[in-house]
Design a protein around this ligand. Structure first.
Ligand SMILES: Nc1ncnc2c1ncn2[C@@H]1O[C@H](COP(=O)(O)OP(=O)(O)O)[C@@H](O)[C@H]1O
Ligand SMILES: [Mg+2]
Length: 302
């Protein structure tokens, strides 16, 4: 089995995934999508370093090392071409597209009938202002999120139409979501790790403010994950079609949970400190099983 691992965004996850692959008897080729090139004119046009004119059977992605819109689009195109050639990619480029785009995630989660805070996506400041005037007020804001945001960056609470930034500042997409207030004076929400359809680990995330991302200082705390939270996270992962994912949940104030976000390239170093499950081991075993089970179309140029 020829396996490629893209995990060039930090040592910790790379070391865990490498060790888990080796424990399964697999020595992967480490690569960065930034190093994949295309060369037409003879042979397989997709050139993956370390694969000598061939393509891997499986690609495990911890990152797609994006950057500009163009670089990300090119890398997703490369991954789609790998899938078309019979390569198993975890997460698949289609799943990454659906989860990186918060609008697509909200659409799919809502369409699946899962609880999630009410969300609107509009393309003009005028439409956003109308919406904010109608739906928000002091003390009951909407959350404005960057469409491709992550790690809790760029979020803002909007109470009045005047709070809205210019269209350019949001790349001409306003993603607005009803703010869910926390109870008990604690800034807590939850992260569930779903792998291969199962919620394998979960934690409380406690912040010093309403944004609890670990990257923003949120602290991981052990959590006896209720069955309802596990089931909701599993259903959200299925709705977006992610093979492994980190699902953000929040308490809905009525004893249940609601889905805030689905991450297809989740970090788990914080979660691993407060849970029993060997997360890298689960990801690697699920991934290798998928590679072994795949039937390969023969699209690779001989
Ligand atoms: N609608 C909301 N109501 C209350 N808090 C929210 C809401 N949306 C996001 N948050 C807080 O902000 C954090 C980051 O938002 P999220 O949608 O997960 O985007 P990111 O991709 O930046 O992690 C969440 O983990 C949560 O703590
Ligand atoms: Mg999040």
């Amino acid at each position: 089995m020829r396996i490629a691992l893209a995990a060039d965004n930090g040592h910790w996850h790379k070391a865990r995934l490498l060790a888990a692959l080796r424990a399964q008897g697999v020595e992967p080729v480490l690569f960065s999508l930034a190093d994949v090139t295309i060369e037409t004119g003879g042979g397989e046009p997709l050139r993956v370093p370390g694969f000598d004119g061939a393509l891997p059977d499986g690609v495990l992605l911890r990152t797609i090392a994006g950057g500009t819109f163009e670089a990300t689009t090119m890398r997703l195109g490369v991954l789609h071409a790998m899938v078309a050639a019979g390569c198993t990619v975890w997460n698949s480029p289609s799943a990454i597209e659906r989860s990186v785009d918060k609008a697509a995630t909200s659409l799919l989660v809502a369409r699946a009938g899962l609880p999630t805070p009410q969300t609107w996506v509009v393309s003009t400041r005028e439409a956003a202002a109308t919406l904010v005037a109608r739906e928000a007020r002091a003390g009951a804001p909407l959350v404005l999120k960057p469409l491709f945001g992550s790690q809790g960056e760029g979020l803002a609470l909007i109470e009045r139409p005047e709070d809205l930034p210019d269209a350019e500042a949001v790349a001409r997409v306003y993603y607005l979501q009803r703010y869910v207030p926390r109870r008990d004076g604690l800034w807590r929400d939850y992260r569930v790790f779903v792998c291969d359809g199962r919620a394998i680990a979960g934690m409380i995330r406690e912040g010093d403010g309403w944004i609890t991302n670990v990257h923003r200082g949120g602290r991981p705390l052990p959590w006896a994950m209720p069955e309802a939270a596990a089931a909701l996270a599993e259903a959200a992962a299925a709705a977006v079609g992610v093979a492994y994912s980190g699902i953000d949940l929040v308490e809905d104030g009525e004893g249940g949970f609601a889905v805030l976000e689905v991450n297809s390239m989740p970090a788990w170093s914080g979660l691993q400190t407060v849970c029993e499950a060997d997360i890298a081991g689960h990801v690697v075993r699920g991934f290798l099983a998928a590679v072994r089970a795949a039937t390969r179309p023969r699209l690779v140029v001989a």
